[in-house]
Ligand binder design. Structure first.
Ligand code: SF4
Length: 473
């Protein structure tokens, strides 16, 4: 019996047990038991939340849109920036009085934040009404933890808290139930964790060391997604370009992409995130010749200053980044390059900002997520001298944002008037006569249509560029 089979069989047993309890409670209450999952953070967290949702629904819980009305509320947290922590505390604060009135409501916190010891203690002590806390490494164990919280003797006061935080894991558990947010597109984890230890980043501490999934497991998951009507997959990992390291099989990320490309029914392939230091020529060539890999690469720069890049432990220089980005532009027609930028990193000077502006000008980014540096305790950058005062960082941020927005508007305007394929994702929220979809380059298009188009790829004329999105017909 393989470890994975044993684990899944055990978790299936717990799902059955939890299902019986949930059913009994529904009968007693004369209504369905409901859940609400709130997700903070990145695509990896969004994918984890689909697993949490899959497990809760397999146990008989039914989705409740209004967080405060649900019987089971779970927060899948992020800790990459301080405002993500604050968002969680805001949500928890808003439930204090509700929980006083409804002591049978179960509140759970999971994900990256409780992996940090100080955050775990804060949740436990300052929000003592929370019932369940677990981290990133034991998400697959959620069914067992659910049974534990549903069967505990005390629902408040001493002993009511169920909490399990693992320091790390080298395990990957396959076949966890998943409830997808979209019927036609899905994220697929190809690896977990990160080995890079960028000086500002908490991820390697809370998500552990890098572990790649076997390619056969990934391919079989994507085949069943395709059989279920999925046309677009997003391959997920903190550093997809180093996929395959540590596996017994000899496989690179580019080779994995080639295998995914062969899967019938899959029409679009995306991936996230690429570390510039590991992006190979092989990958650029595979992208250039592919019919299915989307014309978009997210390539975090973080800073245009070689001095700061060194301090950030990014392992490339300004010049190497520019060279790589221009090579990608030259070899892959119509590629959109987006990036992440950190402003206000310790030791940053006006010259460093000039360097960042220079890279933006030379690479001509199609979009950038620009952030003010957020100190994460436990990371090397948190204790560096020359932390930048907030008002200085804000002024620099405004300058960089201005440049980024000007550049991305110019890049987007180039497509005005063209007819390009759009994957229709939703009805437009503001105008139900319009549908909203995405181009291969990841930009959004709104155009007249009805719900029958959702999940289909259709040619659309981009009649008007509105800066970050298009109006089409
Ligand atoms: S590559 Fe760097 S920034 Fe990205 S997750 Fe790893 S440590 Fe964090």
């Amino acid at each position: 019996m393989t470890d994975n089979y044993k684990e899944i069989t055990e978790q299936d047993d717990y799902i059955e047990q939890a299902g019986r309890i949930v059913r009994d409670r529904s009968i007693e209450a004369g209504r369905d038991m409901t859940y609400h999952v709130t997700t903070f953070g990145c695509q990896m967290n969004a994918r984890d939340s689909e697993k949490l949702t899959g497990i809760l629904e397999a146990c008989g819980y039914v989705y409740e849109e209004e967080e405060s009305l649900a019987d089971f509320v779970i927060y899948n947290t992020c800790t990459i920036r301080d405002n993500a922590d604050q968002k969680l505390y805001g949500h928890l604060g808003s439930l204090v009085n509700i929980k006083k009135r409804r002591s049978d409501m179960i509140i759970a916190v999971c994900g990256c934040l409780p992996q940090e010891k100080s955050a775990f203690e804060k949740i436990k002590n300052s929000y003592s009404f929370v019932d369940l806390i677990f981290g990133t490494h034991n998400l697959f164990d959620f069914p067992r933890l659910l049974v534990k919280v549903l069967t505990r003797e005390n629902t408040k006061g001493k002993g009511h808290l169920v909490s399990e935080i693992w320091d790390g894991t080298d395990r990957i558990v396959e076949d966890i139930p998943v409830k997808r947010n979209y019927s036609f597109k899905s994220g697929v984890n190809i690896m977990f964790g990160c080995n890079n230890f960028c000086s500002y980043c908490i991820v390697p501490y809370v998500r552990g060391r890098e572990r790649s999934r076997e390619s056969a497991d990934i391919i079989s998951e994507i085949r069943s997604l395709a059989a279920d009507g999925v046309v677009e997959v997003m391959l997920l990992g903190q550093n997809v370009n180093s996929y395959g390291k540590g596996l017994d099989e000899n496989i690179s990320f580019a080779q994995l992409l080639k295998q995914v490309e062969k899967i019938e029914g899959i029409k679009r392939i995306r991936f996230m995130t690429s570390h510039p230091k590991d992006l190979s020529d092989e990958l650029i060539d595979v992208m250039a010749s592919s019919e299915k890999i989307c014309k978009h690469i997210h390539l975090p720069l973080q800073s245009g200053s070689t001095k700061l890049l060194r301090s950030m432990n990014r392992q490339y220089t300004k010049e190497q980044y520019i060279e790589l980005a221009l090579k990608i532009r030259e070899k892959i027609t119509d590629i959109a390059i987006t990036t992440d930028l950190i402003i206000g990193y310790p030791g940053e000077s006006e010259d460093d900002i000039e360097d960042t502006l220079d890279v933006i000008e030379k690479v001509r980014f199609d979009g950038a997520f620009t952030f003010i540096y957020s100190k994460r305790s436990g990371t090397p950058a948190a204790s560096m001298p020359d932390q930048i005062p907030e008002e200085v960082a804000k002024k620099r941020f405004a300058r960089v944002l201005d440049k980024v927005q000007q550049m991305s508007c110019e890049m987007a305007a180039k497509n005005e008037g063209r007819v390009l394929d759009v994957l229709v994702e939703d009805i437009n929220r503001q105008d139900p006569g319009l549908v909203t979809g995405r181009l291969s380059n990841n930009l959004t298009v709104h155009f007249p249509g009805d719900p029958s188009l959702i999940g289909r790829i259709v040619p659309v004329k981009l009649t008007e560029c509105k800066g970050f999105y298009y109006i089409g017909e």
